[in-house]
Design a binder for this molecule. Structure first.
Ligand SMILES: NC(=O)c1ccc[n+]([C@@H]2O[C@H](COP(=O)([O-])OP(=O)(O)OC[C@H]3O[C@@H](n4cnc5c(N)ncnc54)[C@H](OP(=O)(O)O)[C@@H]3O)[C@@H](O)[C@H]2O)c1
Length: 253
């Protein structure tokens, strides 16, 4: 059991941004519960974190179905008796013209990017109420600007911003803060294969994105992780319902 260390659950821990979030939280003294779809990938990540002296445990948590999320929270009870932080980071994207998308694809994108975080929050709230803990959602600038070729993803991420604000209002009196980090284009596997197999088309798309960023470069996963760590910490103790845009100035709200 976790004992006195604060405990953080990070979904999508095995991805580019997830890895960086786990590392910064491990460095900050959390026991990191690394939510993963694939136990082997999660175990490998935990071994890397442990080799740096960070406390971590893998937890299989596929967010695409509420039953799977419920199962993950049952397993969580065997790993810890407290939860201080939840980072809803799992997500995926597919770029294609809206008229070429199918209802099954809309369902997949909404399930993972919006309904998954909802299910995770629903299960986490009773735990967080006991610790007066915090939720950080990883949204996207697509959810603010709306990105052509990413219609269902933009809708899901906009929904997650609304969830962030609504939950922040609902949970403030319980001492639970709810905030979001909205990345611009970040150098991870998601950008490398945005088009689902056509790597050259992905590269062209990403080059265009970079030209639209005032700072003219992609972000690094660690730059997202640092914003998550700030929102998780007491340094942001009067901040709730907010989004930090970590995007090289692509949006200035
Ligand atoms: N990279 C960007 O430019 C960018 C921009 C804006 C927002 N974001 C957001 O940042 C977050 C992290 O993305 P990333 O850039 O780190 O991408 P990534 O490297 O592709 O990582 C995505 C992570 O989500 C996990 N995942 C996907 N479907 C899942 C499911 N059904 N259940 C549980 N986990 C699932 C993946 O698991 P596996 O490891 O098993 O594949 C992976 O760990 C996402 O929410 C994404 O929308 C990224």
């Amino acid at each position: 059991m976790a004992g006195e260390k604060p405990v953080a659950l990070v979904t999508g821990a095995t991805g580019g941004i997830g890895n960086a979030i786990c590392a910064v939280l491990g460095r900050s003294g959390y026991l990191v519960i690394a939510g993963c779809r694939n136990r082997e990938k999660g175990t490998a990540l935990v071994e890397r974190l442990s080799s740096k002296g960070y406390a971590a445990q893998p937890l299989v948590c596929d967010v695409s179905h509420p039953d799977a999320v419920a199962g993950a929270f049952r397993e969580l009870e065997g790993l810890t008796d407290r939860l201080d932080l939840v980072v809803n980071n799992a997500g995926f994207n597919r770029a294609m013209p809206f008229e070429q998308t199918t209802p099954d694809q809309w369902q997949d994108l909404l399930s993972v990017n919006l309904l998954g975080p909802l299910a995770v929050c629903w299960h986490a709230i009773p735990w967080l109420r006991r610790t007066r803990g915090t939720i950080v959602n990883v949204t996207s600038e697509s959810g603010f600007a709306g990105t052509a070729g990413e219609v269902p993803y933009s809708a899901a991420k906009a929904g997650l911003t609304a969830v962030t604000k609504a939950l922040a209002r609902e949970l403030a009196r319980d001492g639970i803060r709810v905030n979001a980090v909205s990345p611009g284009p970040i150098q991870t596997g998601m950008l490398e294969d945005l088009t689902g197999g056509d790597l050259e088309a992905s590269r062209v798309r990403v080059d265009k994105m970079v030209r639209a960023i005032p700072m003219r470069r992609l972000g690094r996963p660690e730059e997202i992780a640092d914003a998550v760590a700030f929102l998780a910490s007491d340094r942001s103790s009067f901040v709730t319902g907010q989004t930090i845009h970590v995007a090289g100035g692509v949006l200035m709200c």
